[in-house]
Design a protein around this ligand. Structure first.
Ligand code: FAD
Length: 393
């Protein structure tokens, strides 16, 4: 009889975890409180970026889990070989990431999640349960882990040999584990709000960019303005998802359409031309305003191989290093390698995971925080630009 595992959260990391465990012959049940995102329209969407940067860290982890799946789910990625810095006068300056064509890649979050769910559906030892919200876990040493879910306003219970919590920054799995062990935990909101804006595809095919792109699709565009900034990443249809990041006090002080318009026109005139003034002001006024939070905790597991948390449930980080999902994918690879190393002994694998992974994760959380200064400020300084030029000569 294969051992049973409940994976909580069918987001990006939960889907990859389910696939990786199914390939190791566990009997996997994958839960999410949302309805199947492939069947719903807009109402169930997370307040999250529409597109993401996937880097070598994430791609190598996907390939490690399954090369063919990785090829299928990554087929539409758009490589970004550098940053494109936009100054107030509308000048653009390309800053390559590396000397040998190194790149990060833009990918649509919804497309990636849905493609991973399509892959999940093809695997017979994964059972998917949407509309199931984990509310309680009774962890047992002698018997199985007993999980209670709210499903259509009634309760449903399932028992598993172990559970993997991939239920995001506000993880219920984590809070249930905290009742059982002395888990160190911290949560910090940074003073930064984000708002998403949209650049529509160009009306004509742009031969320079081989598609209906108004600006280069192969750059991560940044409008750095010291303590706030705008960024934009390309989508396959020629559009760009643009995100404004700035202090809450600034955003809240822009409390009329006139103030918003004046702020955008004086800081981002070329971006405003791309977005459209009315559309930009509408978005700024009406679109959801996201908060950014960091979560650190330790350990990530319960003893006797009963439970572990991966992805944002274990380490939520600010998005400025573009590594939250990438790190979550890497969690899956590291855990699978440890399960292989310990020949399936979960007690040993989970313990080594918590011990070894923590230093890397707190480092990347710190790097992500520091990169806000880099993206919004340092990229504009003359010294930085001179150094960059010397690097690329
Ligand atoms: P989530 O994506 O949060 O998924 C958790 C899932 O669990 C959800 O589907 C949710 O419905 C489900 N769930 C939650 N609670 C329960 C429950 N009680 N019961 C059942 N199901 C539950 N990362 C990058 O690598 N590159 C980027 O460029 C990047 N850009 C970003 C931009 C922004 C603005 C933000 C906010 C984040 C960005 N990130 C980026 C981070 C990335 O979005 C996260 O790291 C990633 O989504 C984490 O995936 P996850 O599966 O761990 O958690």
């Amino acid at each position: 009889m294969p051992e049973s595992v409940g994976v909580i959260g069918a987001g990006l990391v939960g889907c990859l975890t389910a696939i990786a465990l199914a390939k190791r012959n566990f009997d996997v049940t994958l839960f999410d409180y949302r309805q199947d995102p492939r069947l719903t329209t807009t109402s169930d969407k997370n307040l999250r970026s529409i597109n993401l940067a996937i880097s070598a860290r994430g791609i190598e982890s996907l390939q490690y889990v399954d090369k063919e799946i990785s090829e299928r789910v990554l087929k539409d990625i758009i490589p970004m070989h550098g940053r494109m810095i936009h100054d107030r006068a509308g000048n653009q300056e390309s800053q390559n990431y590396g000397l040998f064509g190194e790149c990060i890649n833009s990918i649509d979050r919804g497309v990636l999640n849905n493609s991973l769910l399509d892959e999940v559906d093809k695997i017979s030892n994964i059972h998917t349960k949407f509309g199931h919200k984990l509310s309680q876990v009774k962890f047992n040493l002698q018997s199985k882990q007993s999980c209670t879910f709210m499903a259509d306003s009634s309760k449903a219970s399932y028992d598993f040999d172990f559970i993997v919590g991939c239920d995001g920054a506000y993880s219920t799995t984590r809070s249930q584990m905290q009742r059982d062990i002395r888990m160190d935990y911290s949560q910090e909101y940074i003073d930064c709000c984000y708002i998403e804006l949209y650049i529509a595809p160009a009306k004509v095919h742009n031969t320079e960019f081989n598609g209906p792109f108004a600006i280069s699709p192969n750059h991560l565009h940044i409008w750095p303005r010291h303590n706030y900034m705008l960024i934009a990443l390309a989508n396959g249809d020629g559009s760009f998802t643009s995100t404004f990041f700035g202090p809450w006090s600034l955003v809240e002080s822009l409390d009329t359409r006139a103030k918003i318009q004046e702020f955008l026109m004086s800081n981002f005139p070329d971006a405003l031309e791309l977005i459209g003034t009315k559309q930009a002001v509408d978005a700024f006024e009406k679109n959801p305003r996201g908060a950014l939070m960091c979560v650190e905790c330790k350990p990530y597991h319960l003893d006797n191989g009963r439970a572990i948390i991966l992805g944002d449930a274990a380490h939520s980080m600010v998005p400025f290093y573009g590594q939250g999902m990438n790190c979550g994918f890497e969690d899956v690879r590291v855990l699978m390698q440890l399960l292989d190393k310990h020949e399936g002994d979960r007690t040993a694998a989970f313990a080594e995971y918590s011990q070894k992974r923590h230093t890397d994760l707190v480092s990347i959380i710190e790097l992500a925080k520091n990169n806000y200064k880099e993206m919004s400020h340092s990229v504009t300084s003359n010294l930085y630009l001179m150094r960059k030029k010397l690097d690329t000569m």
